[in-house]
Design a protein around this ligand. Structure first.
Ligand code: SAM
Length: 269
């Protein structure tokens, strides 16, 4: 039997609404993820919510009922509420019928595998870019994404939405530049920067070696210090008026080129 909440003034509903703000996420250590498909996929990965808010319509679905029963067994607060309150919590019309709050999880650099490739992001600002890059990292089997320096919050609603569930699947670490550079040296990863100052062509680096791909900030690109620390700088060819690609697009092109040169190892289907 689920506990029911009918008032938007209920403290739990206020806490969930507060997760749209960085302060609310920092105070609770939680983040919001919307949708039954995401919640079921996260559960398959062994990731369970702290709070699950469900509309009556979703309770007709046996997988959702089973999910809620197991989440409750694992200590989640599972609550039934109205579609109107779910819309307030997700700040969207036609909100999903299941909205969950999850504990934020970050990995240590030392926990990232050093035998494949990872993606490092220099001061990424745009949560849509970050979420999209997490999705690309998941799709291409990156060993992790490293947020270098002052980055936007990967647990914001915008980043989580853009990640399409990859926030649960991809190892995410934060590091200052010095710690990141020290880790990659010790782990034996070559550091490949992407920059308009680089050169293009398959000879630019050896894709078979363990690699950290380093992507620059949306406005400024990699700093001269970062570029100097790289083993190679690559430039994606451009023609046309724009001088650069969007960060998430450049990341996808670079990572997929690396993976292609590894024969798309591990791809399914
Ligand atoms: N004005 C910035 C600059 O001068 O670098 C443009 C930054 S771009 C929007 C964001 C990041 O995407 C770059 O720092 C780089 O990592 C990557 N990027 C975008 N276009 C690229 C290209 N043609 N070649 C290599 N990297 C590129």
């Amino acid at each position: 039997m689920l506990h029911k909440i009918t008032s938007p003034a209920n403290p739990l509903i206020k806490t969930l609404k507060g997760l749209h703000a960085k302060k609310g996420r920092a105070e609770t250590g939680l983040f919001l993820a919307e949708g039954a498909r995401l919640a079921l996929e996260a559960a398959d990965l062994g990731v369970w919510p702290a709070i699950a808010l469900v509309a009556p319509a979703a309770l007709d679905r046996p997988p959702v009922r089973a999910f809620l029963a197991e989440a409750a067994d694992r200590g989640a607060r599972c609550v039934e509420t109205s579609p109107a309150i779910l819309e307030q919590v997700s700040k969207r019309d036609n909100a999903q019928t299941l909205v969950c709050a999850y504990p934020q999880r970050l990995s240590e650099l030392g926990d990232l595998p050093a035998d494949g490739f990872v993606i490092a992001l220099d001061r990424v600002r745009d949560p849509g870019n970050l979420g999209t890059i997490l999705r690309t990292a998941d799709a291409s089997g990156a060993g992790g994404v490293i947020l270098v320096g002052e980055c936007c919050d990967p647990f914001s609603v915008e980043a989580v939405r853009a990640s399409m569930g990859a926030i649960f699947a991809v190892r995410l670490a934060r590091a200052e530049l010095g710690a990141f550079l020290g880790w990659r040296r010790e782990a034996g990863l070559q550091l490949i920067g992407t920059s308009l100052n680089g050169r293009f062509g398959p000879e630019a680096y050896d894709a078979a070696r363990p690699t950290a791909i380093f992507m620059g900030n949306e406005q400024a690109g990699l700093t001269p210090e970062m570029e100097a620390a790289c083993d190679a700088l690559i430039r994606l060819p451009m023609r046309g008026k724009a001088d650069s690609l969007n960060l998430a697009v450049a990341t996808a092109v670079t990572v997929y080129d690396l993976w292609r040169r590894r024969g798309y190892e591990g791809a399914h289907g």
